[in-house]
Design a protein around this ligand. Structure first.
Ligand code: C2E
Ligand code: CA
Ligand code: CA
Ligand code: CA
Length: 279
C-alpha cells in the first residue's frame, strides 16, 4: 500500500509540474499572440423578443495559434486572468469591437449595440473607467452603443469599489449587463444597488429547459424577478425552436444562441446584417 501511495504521489507531482509548465508556455504564447496580433474578434447576433430583429452583437475573442491551431477562450482566459494579461486583451477586444461597429453604422447597417466581456478583477483596477472612456474617444463610437458584460463575481473582493466603478462607467453613457446570471457568487441583495440595464440567463439553465422542470422554473423565476426590478432579460445558448418558444411564452425579452446565429467574423456579420435588412 505504501509503495502504491508513493507512486501515486509521484504521478501527482509530475502531473502538477506538467500543468505548471503548460501554464508558463501559455503565458509566453499569450504575450507573443498580443504582439503578433494572433487574436481575432467574432460577433454573435442578439435578437429581439420576436426573434427577428437584431438588437446587438456580443464580441467574443478567438485565438488561432500558429502551431497549435485554434485555442478556445476557456483554455486561455483563466490563465490570462491569473497573469494579468487579461487587462490588455480585454481592452484590445473592446477597441476592436467598437471600431468595427462604428464602421458598420457609418455604412448604414444597423447594429444598435455591441457587448464586450469584462473580467471581475477589472473593476478593482484603478483607471478602468478612464481607459474605457479613451477607447470610446479613439474609436469615436457613441457610448450608447457599448454594453459591458460583467459576472456576479465582479462583486467578490472590494464590492464597494466595484459598484463605484460601475457608476463611473454608467456616467459615460454605456450599458451594463449581468452575464451568466445565476451561476456566480449570488448577489441578489446587491442587485438593486447595481446600476445595471440587463440580465443574461446562463446557458446552463437553457440547455435542458424543455426536459428539466427545475431549469424551467429557475429561468422563469429569473425573468419574473428581473421584470419586477424593471430589467429586461436575454437568454443565451438558445439552440432549438422549442427552447425559443418556451422562453417567448414566459416573456423573455431577447435571445442569443446558435438557433439565431453563431459567432461569426466581421465580414460574415456584415453580410448577415445586409440580408436581415433586406428581408
Ligand atoms: P460567455 O460570455 O457566456 O459567452 C457565450 C459563449 O457561449 C460563447 O463561447 C459562445 O460561442 C457560446 N454560445 C453561444 N450560443 C451558443 C449556443 O447556442 N450553444 C452553445 N453550445 N454555445 C453557444 P466562447 O466564445 O467559447 O466563449 C466562452 C467564454 O469565454 C465566454 O462565455 C466568456 O466568458 C469568455 N470570453 C470570450 N471572449 C472573451 C473576451 O474577450 N474577454 C473575456 N474576459 N472573456 C471572454
Ligand atoms: Ca458574455
Ligand atoms: Ca454569458
Ligand atoms: Ca455563459
Amino acid at each position: 500500500a505504501k509503495q502504491h501511495g508513493r507512486n501515486s504521489y509521484q504521478w501527482y507531482t509530475e502531473d502538477l509540474n506538467e500543468q505548471v509548465n503548460e501554464r508558463l508556455t501559455l503565458r509566453s504564447d499569450i504575450q507573443k499572440a498580443l504582439e503578433r496580433e494572433e487574436f481575432e474578434v467574432v460577433y454573435q447576433p442578439q435578437v429581439d423578443k420576436h426573434g427577428r430583429t437584431i438588437v446587438g452583437v456580443e464580441a467574443l475573442i478567438r485565438w488561432n495559434h500558429p502551431e497549435k491551431g485554434p485555442i478556445p477562450p476557456s483554455a486561455f482566459i483563466p490563465v490570462a486572468e491569473h497573469t494579468g494579461q487579461i487587462f490588455p486583451i480585454n481592452l484590445w477586444v473592446m477597441e476592436t469591437a467598437c471600431r468595427y461597429i462604428k464602421r458598420l453604422n457609418d455604412q448604414g447597417l444597423a447594429c444598435p449595440s455591441v457587448a464586450v466581456n469584462i473580467s471581475p478583477m477589472q473593476f478593482q483596477r484603478p483607471g478602468f473607467a478612464e481607459s474605457v472612456r479613451s477607447v470610446l474617444e479613439r474609436t469615436q463610437l457613441d457610448a450608447s452603443f457599448l454594453e459591458l458584460e460583467v459576472t456576479e463575481n465582479a462583486l467578490l473582493g472590494d464590492a464597494e469599489h466595484a459598484i463605484l466603478t460601475m457608476y463611473k462607467l454608467k456616467k459615460l453613457g454605456l450599458r451594463i449587463a449581468i452575464d451568466d446570471f445565476g451561476t456566480g457568487y449570488s448577489s441578489l441583495n446587491y442587485l438593486k444597488r447595481l446600476p445595471i440595464d440587463k440580465i443574461k440567463i446562463d446557458r446552463s439553465f437553457i440547455r435542458e429547459i424543455i426536459s428539466d422542470q427545475h431549469d424551467a422554473a429557475i429561468a422563469q423565476g429569473i425573468i419574473s424577478m428581473a421584470h419586477h426590478l424593471g430589467l429586461p432579460v436575454l437568454a443565451e445558448g438558445v439552440e432549438t425552436e422549442p427552447q425559443f418558444a418556451f422562453l417567448k411564452k414566459v416573456h423573455c425579452d431577447a435571445f442569443q444562441g446558435y438557433y439565431f446565429g453563431k459567432p461569426m467574423s466581421f465580414d460574415a456579420l456584415t453580410d448577415f446584417l445586409h440580408e436581415n435588412q433586406s428581408t
